[in-house]
Unconditional design. Structure first.
Length: 131
């Protein structure tokens, strides 16, 4: 998966809200942002520098709506090795490993029996979003 940067925009971003930081990394196959299918989305929450939550989403249809593979109700671990802010950019590095569950319909519980294994390392430069 590739992080895409075009004209100052990026699919790797972070937002600071007080002592909370939300990091969004979206990787696309062959760098095609128009192709949601097979993309990988990581949403990471930090509070006072500590990892407090994360979500992983891997769409298998043409939209981000189900069916999707998800970390919700799954056995996935995220390790954040590096989060270093320098100006309006941050280096984000770590890994995701485990099994994603399959959610077939919006509002339906994800099912581990039909899940998929995942082992991904990431090292990206995220761009600060300010409101």
């Amino acid at each position: 998966w590739l992080i895409v940067r075009e004209e100052g925009d990026s699919t790797a971003t972070f937002t600071e809200l007080g002592d909370h930081i939300k990091i969004e990394l979206v990787g696309y196959v062959q760098g095609d942002v128009g192709q949601t299918r097979e993309s990988l989305s990581l949403s990471i929450i930090l509070a006072e520098g500590a990892l407090t939550g994360f979500d992983v989403l891997h769409p298998i249809s043409t939209t981000a709506m189900p069916p999707v593979f998800t970390s919700e109700g799954a056995a996935v671990e995220l390790t954040l090795d590096t989060f270093e802010v320098s100006g309006n950019q941050a280096r984000v590095a770590g890994s995701v490993e485990g099994s994603l569950a399959l959610q077939t319909e919006l509002g339906a519980d994800a099912v581990m029996d039909e899940g998929v294994a995942i082992a991904v390392e990431f090292d990206a430069e995220a761009v600060r979003i300010e409101y």
